[in-house]
Design a protein around this ligand. Sequence first.
Ligand code: ATP
Length: 352
Amino acid sequence: MHDYRLAAIPGDGIGPEVVEAGLEVLRVCAATDGGFGVAIQAFDWNSENYLLRGHYIPDGGLEQLRTFDAILFGAVGSQRVPDDVSLWGLRLAIVQAFDQYANVRPARLLPGVSSPLDKGDDIDWVIVRENSEGEYAGHGGRAHRGLPIEVGTETAVFTRVGVERIHRFAFELASQRPRRHLTLVTKSNAQRFGMVMWDEIFFEVARDYPAVKVDRELVDAATTRMVLKPDSLDVMVATNLHADILSDLASALSGSLGIGPTANLNPSRQFPSMFEPIHGSAFDITGKGIANPIATFWSVAMMLEHLGEARAAQRLMHAIEETTAAGEHTPDLGGQATTRSVTAAVCRALTG
Ligand code: ATP
């Protein structure tokens, strides 16, 4: 029997609440599967400790994290630390150091959940987000701070290697889905350099995947298409920033931000991949016991799939669907369930 070594980074806000729930479900899933075990180590890298220690990740922390099979992440962000400091200090420090360049975000309406869209049942998408460069490359600077001539630049960086590998990843993924349809999301009308290259390389890679139907959509038009014609989309590939925005929309259209999962993949498996809910710290509901843990459970299912435990991943997805179908909904979905009651229901479905 294989024992996976997993790192858990609960982080801030509702992160610890949903990660605790996710680990409970994972343990039950492993125990009832019988084919694998999990050994979990938790890391207290969060904003409270940043304020005490002056860093999110200690010296040698990434080297230690690297030895794990996968990472389950909660959320980072605190009212007491500027958002750019917390994001770059923890989440992006891991994503970039471990070259987790493919960010995969599935969205679909789970049974029993209602969508703000009439055609919500038609939502069945995967958003592939470029996760290593683009608008999040960290290139830019500020000068003449506080003076009238102050300047700030934020440069989006696109490299041939970076663009080609994410498009190839998206084509591979699209070719494994029944509809085999990939939409290129772009803004190459207004942005004439990196974005035009982004488009060109997409159509170069497309030649290697004749079975995948392709089309191209400007990011602004993509938002209306998601709302008005959800069934016309299958897999979308978009830049770091565009996909970040589209996936919040996708999550809300499929019922709540508390549902959407994410995989930050290092497809070469040179480094561990990281799995997390799309949502952030959600301070407004922190500590109330009502955070929706479904996004984290779905992220755990993606982690199991990545580890090669497809059967367990499927069982977990079924247990999640059984739970949502039975109306066990937290307040974000219009119900009165709690994090604990949803977790217990998923565990029951796994054992039953
Ligand atoms: P970030 O910038 O870290 O991505 P954000 O600004 O997008 O965060 P979130 O913290 O993700 O904001 O949450 C936005 C709102 O959505 C929250 O205030 C909360 O009400 C709701 N929400 C997010 N996640 C959940 C969840 N798991 N369960 C219930 N409600 C949630």
